[in-house]
Ligand binder design. Structure first.
Ligand code: F3S
Length: 62
C-alpha cells in the first residue's frame, strides 16, 4: 500500500499529524507529506483514521 497526500489539496489543517504522527510530517508551509510512502498493514488503521480526519480529503491509500 502506498500513502499519498495531494500537495495541492492539502490545506495545512494538520489533523493527519495529530492522529498519525508516525505517518505524516508538515513542511515549513504546513503542507503534509507521508514520512514513508510505502506502508504496511500494521499502519493501515492509522492511515485510514488520518484519511477520515482530513477536512480537505487530501489523503488516500493506493
Ligand atoms: Fe493537509 Fe489534510 Fe493533513 S489538509 S495537513 S493532509 S489533515
Amino acid at each position: 500500500m502506498k500513502l499519498v497526500v495531494d500537495q495541492d489539496g492539502c490545506g495545512g489543517h494538520g489533523r493527519c499529524v495529530a492522529v498519525a504522527p508516525d505517518l505524516f510530517d508538515l513542511d515549513d508551509d504546513g503542507v503534509s507529506s507521508p514520512i514513508t510512502e510505502e506502508i504496511g498493514t500494521d499502519q493501515q488503521a492509522a492511515a485510514e483514521e488520518a484519511i477520515a480526519n482530513c477536512p480537505q480529503s487530501a489523503i488516500r491509500i493506493v
